[in-house]
Design a binder for this molecule. Structure first.
Ligand SMILES: CCC(=O)NCCNC(=O)CCNC(=O)[C@H](O)C(C)(C)COP(=O)(O)O
Length: 364
């Protein structure tokens, strides 16, 4: 794909979002493990810890990933005032607890108990935003005859457990946390609304997360622990990293431009930024410096204590801002996301009112 194609893609801005609302949100996060303790235990390198600026990550003991998602879903549905949904989308990207099984159906049985379609969305770290995009398109299609409106439940859930994953070293520059998140979207009512949303792909970068590995015969057939640095080293060996960064930046810029255009706002109109839970070096390189975003206008002070929740960073960050009372009526939020592939999503969310349950967040 050439930049020209990307430009053409950027030019094909979607029609303005119908009035798609956010009716509920929640996150279920386990207790935190301090980075300093991981360094002291030799699990994490001191120098890397310093460049990331991370202070802790959420580490689950026993709960499976889909159970954390179901707990968040029950909370979000309760906050939304109804368990009525016409579609369930569950996004994740690591092991969900069984080799061949339907985690979205687990979430549906455990948290909803209805018969609507329930399916999984896989777009690695962009999975939550990809599910949001599919939900918005589903809601824009309008309710079937005789119905006044529709609602969609989006959940995410990941637990980055050993031995297959090393939350400190599998993807250096990003420390991984465990947790579940949930978002309830509605075509009729809610405390916030999606003003714009865009996703742009750069498939020429997909090799970065497989490197020179041949396709395997089963999980972990090349190495016992995920090692994204090894794949990235192979991928970059045959390429100019400046070209890789330029391709990545062009697609990310297109997603931001399209979302802002759909919302009819400028970057300078944004009040708060909900960003991926990467370490500070990556956050600066990919977001803060590139887009001139002040750190204090982001969720960093909180996300540096949570870690990268797989597909759930943006929903978790939004939930944090709402439940902590950090946002109110009229605030414009920009949700920004990137996933291996690569795919880049961006959403403009306007807070219409502070919901009655806002301010429930526990400290930290
Ligand atoms: C695998 C989980 C996932 O989907 N993560 C999101 C995609 N990964 C990233 O954005 C990682 C950070 N960025 C990159 O790797 C860039 O593309 C670079 C520019 C290739 C190298 O960045 P660095 O390793 O130096 O931080």
């Amino acid at each position: 794909m050439t930049d020209t194609d990307l430009d053409a893609g950027a030019a094909r801005a979607r029609p303005p979002a119908a009035d798609i609302r956010i009716a509920g949100c929640a996150a279920w996060l386990p207790p935190r493990a301090a980075v300093a303790d991981a360094v002291a235990a030799g699990l994490c390198d001191q120098a890397l810890a310093e460049t990331t600026g991370m202070l802790s990550v959420a580490v689950v003991q026993d709960e499976p990933a889909p159970e954390m998602a179901a707990r968040a879903a029950r909370s979000a549905l309760g906050r939304s005032g109804s368990a009525d949904v016409s579609l369930i989308l569950h996004a994740s990207f690591f092991y969900q607890g069984h080799d061949l099984w339907a985690p979205a159906s687990y979430v549906q049985r455990a948290a909803v108990g209805n018969q609507c379609p329930a399916m999984e969305v896989g777009q690695v770290s962009n999975g939550g935003m990809a599910a949001l995009g599919l939900a918005v398109d589903h809601l824009r299609a309008g309710p079937p005859a005789g119905e006044t409106g529709r609602r969609v439940l989006v959940t995410t859930g990941d637990a980055f457990r050993a031995p297959g994953f090393d939350r400190w070293r599998s993807d250096s520059g990003t420390f991984y946390g465990d947790g579940g998140t949930a978002l309830v979207l509605s075509s009729t009512e809610g405390f916030a609304r999606v003003r714009g949303l865009a996703t742009v792909s750069a498939p020429e970068l997909e090799g970065m997360h497989r490197g020179d590995d041949p396709f395997g015969s089963g999980p972990f057939s090349h190495r016992p622990v995920v090692d994204l640095d090894a794949c990235k080293k192979d991928f970059l060996a045959g390429r100019r990293v400046t070209r890789v960064i330029a391709t990545s930046a062009a697609a990310q810029d297109a997603s931001v431009e399209r979302a802002l255009a759909e919302a009819g706002v400028a970057l300078t109109d944004i009040d708060r930024f909900v960003l991926p839970h990467m370490g500070r070096k990556r956050l600066r390189a990919g977001f803060l410096t590139r887009f001139g975003i002040p750190e204090e206008r982001t969720t960093w002070e909180w996300s540096r204590r949570v870690g990268h929740l797989g597909a759930g960073d943006q929903i978790a960050g939004f939930d944090r801002l709402v439940t902590s009372g950090g946002v109110g009526a009229g605030d414009l939020l920009l949700w920004m996301s990137v996933g291996a592939g690569f795919t880049y999503s961006c959403a403009v969310v306007e807070v219409l009112e502070r919901p009655a349950w806002a301010g429930e967040a526990e400290p930290g």
